[in-house]
Write a protein that binds this ligand. Structure first.
Ligand code: GLU
Length: 296
């Protein structure tokens, strides 16, 4: 059975880009007689708000989308993430990172956003004793990172790859994972909060998601997710990375840009059909997926 999901973070209003991601996942599930699930990615407790969740659900209903069971909330699943983290710890693929954003920027000596840069691995080289000493001095004020190189070594005998179903008009493509693409990613944030890469892998498996559809801006993340699935002994779903909705200047939409918020469009008189017509040049995604899955 095909199981898809839409996983919004309730940190702002849904915009046209979210509508597209939700519609693709929904239509895939409906075209294949499968299930469409929702997951509220509310791990960021300072930015997540119940009113954003409520408005997201209202927007989805307005779009005419229905989901097949009550949404799950990441904020209620910390125990599952802790279990996965301790499994990874026992494999020896984690280390504690005490760097601040400023430290990372300085080590890289580049002026761009640290969040978009690859971590230079500074704390990877701390001895176990040094890690202990610094951890007891800082309390829980450290992040936990994946030692991607060690993880890749550990899984080198396994064929780590994923199947991309949305190679438009082409049969599904098998893509070998390149685990180093994002460097040593954070799996647990300062203050002991599970990070996106860990939570998404745990939850996609727990929800039985068999096709992850999401924007092509997350293609890089998939390379890490496949590695984490191999380490945690979880099945790798199919993937479908769809085009992004862009504004008139070609930039991807941001939550702070209210002009494309679904609630604004609705107030301006848009209908759900208008939304569907405004989405990237109308490849019929459900038809493509059906063809892809038949050939698969
Ligand atoms: N919560 C993520 C977002 O809103 C979704 C990521 C995913 O689909 O894996 O961008």
């Amino acid at each position: 059975m095909l199981v898809t999901r839409f996983a919004p973070s309730p940190t702002g209003s849904l915009h046209l880009g979210h509508a597209f991601a939700a519609i693709v996942a929904h239509d895939f599930a409906r075209a294949a007689g499968g299930r469409f699930l929702l997951r509220i990615e509310d791990l960021d407790r300072t930015r997540s708000r119940p009113e954003f969740e409520a408005s997201a659900l209202a927007d989805l209903k307005w779009l005419g989308l229905s989901w097949d069971s009550a949404p799950i909330h990441q904020s209620a699943r910390t125990l599952l993430y802790a279990e996965a983290l301790s499994k990874l710890e026992s494999l020896g693929v984690l280390y504690r990172c005490f760097c601040s954003r400023k430290d990372i920027a300085a080590a890289i000596d580049a002026p761009h956003e640290p969040a978009e840069t690859i971590y230079p691995g500074t704390c990877r080289h701390l001895s176990a004793g040094d890690q202990e000493r610094r951890a007891s001095a800082t309390g829980i004020d450290y992040a936990i990172r994946l030692n991607t190189t060690r993880a890749a070594e550990l899984t080198s005998s396994i064929d780590i790859a994923f199947t991309e179903c949305l190679a438009l008009e082409k049969p599904p493509r098998r893509i070998p994972a390149q685990p180093n693409m994002l460097g040593d990613v954070v799996l647990s944030r300062k203050g002991n909060v599970a990070a996106y890469h860990l939570a998404v892998v745990v939850d996609d498996a727990a929800q039985g998601v068999s096709l992850v559809s999401r924007g092509e801006d997350l293609l890089h993340a998939t390379h890490i997710h496949v590695l984490l699935q191999a380490l945690l002994g979880l099945a790798t779903p199919l993937y479908a990375h769809h085009a992004l909705v862009r504004d008139e200047y070609g930039a991807r939409l941001a939550k702070r840009d209210n002009a494309h918020a679904l609630s604004q469009l609705r107030s301006a008189g848009w209908t759900p059909e208008d939304v569907r017509h405004a989405l990237p040049s109308s490849p019929n995604y459900a038809r493509l997926l059906r063809a892809a899955l038949t050939n698969y």
